[in-house]
Ligand binder design. Structure first.
Ligand SMILES: NC(=O)c1ccc[n+]([C@@H]2O[C@H](COP(=O)([O-])OP(=O)(O)OC[C@H]3O[C@@H](n4cnc5c(N)ncnc54)[C@H](OP(=O)(O)O)[C@@H]3O)[C@@H](O)[C@H]2O)c1
Length: 322
């Protein structure tokens, strides 16, 4: 089969013939129609991820055909039985095991789920990792509810945009931040109430003045801006954190956290049960993941370059077999 091979840190991916690694009869082979990129894939190419193996096939998200049915793949491997956190054996498809930037992938049969019927292959490929992360942080961890004021930071991100769509779907009053006015407008077109540019020092003050405060904030940036987000919290607010793109938290106003009884809730990926719940939620609410760009598998390096520059609103997808 053709695949994009990861051969070394900061090396371009190599489009070449690759054999599937050996697998046993607990695995099934999915013929992939589409795969999607996550920031994780980009971090891996830079060497910013533990336990790297060479050569390997990256890619955690895939949609394809298994036993004649259209399917999507749960990239969470070995979550385990505790819904609160994953087991010591846990990993994500696309590093320890060959991933989805290939014509085929061998995955555990229990990780293969029917594709939501209303989605194309590209849209469905955009869903698994980002959708699972968004579902757990927004609902399982932060318990977001209809009518609550929810702020999603960096809405151009794959997880952030799905969290935005999920929160809109339950009837929350959703605001966003972005480094791009255009992305804020696109989020408003999807149903967000408003948003501000996180690069504008006055933006957060404008938001606070206009809204008062938020009940739920979802963030993957961290960095210096995190303290600004905490200032936007209502009493008893829940702040869901699933990434740290902009680095460590600095100058946190600690009394703000304890006097306002804030909950800062870390979240990573999700359990098998949450993956199933997320797919049901997407099917029930007819949510369509936003696909920004589609590249051919052999053009994976162009897709990775786009991930580096982050101009996208929504997911970057590789079309594999049409
Ligand atoms: N814990 C988990 O399970 C999990 C799962 C997936 C991802 N992650 C992590 O979450 C982060 C996002 O991942 P992703 O795949 O969604 O990435 P992505 O699609 O590449 O999104 C990155 C987005 O981050 C936003 N951003 C960058 N700097 C920011 C800042 N200073 N303040 C606010 N937003 C900022 C930008 O939004 P705008 O374009 O709108 O400016 C950018 O588009 C990464 O750190 C990733 O490693 C964690």
């Amino acid at each position: 089969m053709k695949a994009l091979l990861f051969t070394g840190v900061k090396e371009p991916l190599v489009y070449t013939d690759v054999n599937l690694p050996e697998y046993d009869d607990t695995f099934g082979v999915v013929q992939l129609n589409a795969a999607a990129l996550n920031r994780r894939d980009y971090w891996i190419t830079l060497g910013l991820y533990p336990n790297l193996r060479f050569p390997s096939v990256l890619g955690s998200d895939g949609c394809g055909v298994y036993e004649g049915e259209e399917v999507v793949i749960n990239p969470s491997i070995h979550w385990g039985n505790d819904p609160r956190f994953y087991s010591d054996d846990y990993y994500i498809l696309g590093m320890e095991e060959y991933g989805t930037f290939a014509e085929q992938v061998a995955v555990r049969k229990k990780n293969i789920y029917p594709k939501p019927a209303h989605l194309t292959a590209e849209q469905a490929a955009a869903l698994p990792l980002a959708g699972l992360t968004a579902y757990r942080v927004l609902f399982s961890r932060c318990q977001a509810k209809a009518g609550e004021k929810v702020l999603i930071s960096g809405v151009g991100g794959g997880v952030a945009l799905l969290a935005c769509q999920f929160a809109i779907a339950i009837g929350a009053d959703v605001y966003v931040t972005s480094g791009s006015e255009e992305k804020i407008e696109k989020a408003i077109a999807l149903g967000a109430t408003g948003g501000v540019n996180y690069k504008d020092p006055e933006g957060m003050k404008i938001l606070q003045k206009a809204i008062g405060g938020f009940d739920v904030i979802i963030d993957s940036a961290g960095g210096d801006g995190f303290n600004q987000l905490l200032k936007l919290c209502n009493k008893g607010a829940r702040v869901g954190v699933y990434g740290g793109t902009a680095g460590s938290w600095n100058n946190i106003n600690v009394p703000n956290v304890f006097f306002r009884q804030l909950s800062i809730l870390g979240s990573t990926m999700g359990s098998d049960a949450e993956f199933g719940q997320m797919l049901d939620f997407v099917s029930t609410h007819k949510i369509v993941p936003v696909v920004d760009s589609v590249f051919g598998l052999k053009d994976g390096n162009e897709a990775m370059q786009m991930m580096k520059e982050s101009p996208q609103f929504g997911k970057i997808v590789l079309r594999i077999n049409s």
